[in-house]
Design a protein around this ligand. Sequence first.
Ligand SMILES: [Zn+2]
Ligand SMILES: [Zn+2]
Length: 361
Amino acid sequence: MAVEIELKAHVKDSEALRLLLLGKAQYLCSFEKEDTYYFPFVNSDIPKSGVRLRSESKTFADGAEKKAAYATYKTKEVRGGIEINDEKEFEICSNHSTVTVFDEFLKMLGLKPGYSKRKKGWAFSKEGINAELLELEKLGWFLEMEIVLNDIDDQEKMDITIREAKKKLMDFLSELGIDKDAIESRYYSEMLNEKGIAMSETNYKRPTWDEYFMEVCEAISKRATCDRGRSGCVIAKGNQLLVTGYVGAPAGLPHCDDAGHQFKKMLHEDGSVTTHCVRTVHAEQNAICQAAKRGIPIEGATLYCRMTPCRTCAMLIINCGIERVVCQRRYHDAGDSEAMFQLAGIKLEYVYNETQQYVNQ
Ligand SMILES: [Zn+2]
Ligand SMILES: [Zn+2]
């Protein structure tokens, strides 16, 4: 594995530094890079590590061009002016559609794009030092320098090698007439964040109240104990959560996950027969029970749930005085409940205009 010793510094006069580098180092290429970072979650605190997807194009001194794309995962970062990174990286096909597919793939895995940054500049090399003079969108000009070391098992030898590499970087920095004070130890993401233009200007979107309660509903559903439909329910009013419920057997009675389902067949007018598990109290019913138990009025509230409530739940919802029902998706046999809600004047909304798919419906 490779270890990177990195340093970056602010640059005042980029043109003067470019000319100086041309004289003191070997010119490699000009480049443009676009990085997007993907994280397991997105909030105002920017996580320190994530997967970086980079698209870059380089134009070499002889006019040759190279386009490439890389996926990178940083495993270790040590702070303090000079960074020591363990990077795991592989190249992916650089054509636009592959990068797009890879972006979708990362999102499929549950990662979310946190922020993007674009930089362009020139790359140089000098005695094992890679130096890039670059302009970072929204942040200005920087000099980035790095030395890549091969990891060795002997910790003591490794420490010495790292110390020597750091000194080499500092020496080259002073040779270029850049003051130590110009060294920037913050991550670009932190600098962007401090300017208030990281997540908020790129991909972060504050959830609406409906999205917020639906997400809580999703978390609650994980406690459900019947695998024929692990659903949850939230009842809220005035943007405040009042009560919650999930599918499960009455308190103290055996759960489907332990004792198996308790099936009952149901004969319909058209002669068809469907099978239902009757061991459980539905999520909506449990939320209503919680309100009754704690004496919390739910009149005029909004109820959030996974699917169109069943006939029984719909009748209870109507009589509780709930005014609005928000479901993730439509239940395949939702007609009865939808008709009742309409007659009762209850607003029924679906987040996704589609029918929930599940086994044995
Ligand atoms: Zn069950
Ligand atoms: Zn129900």
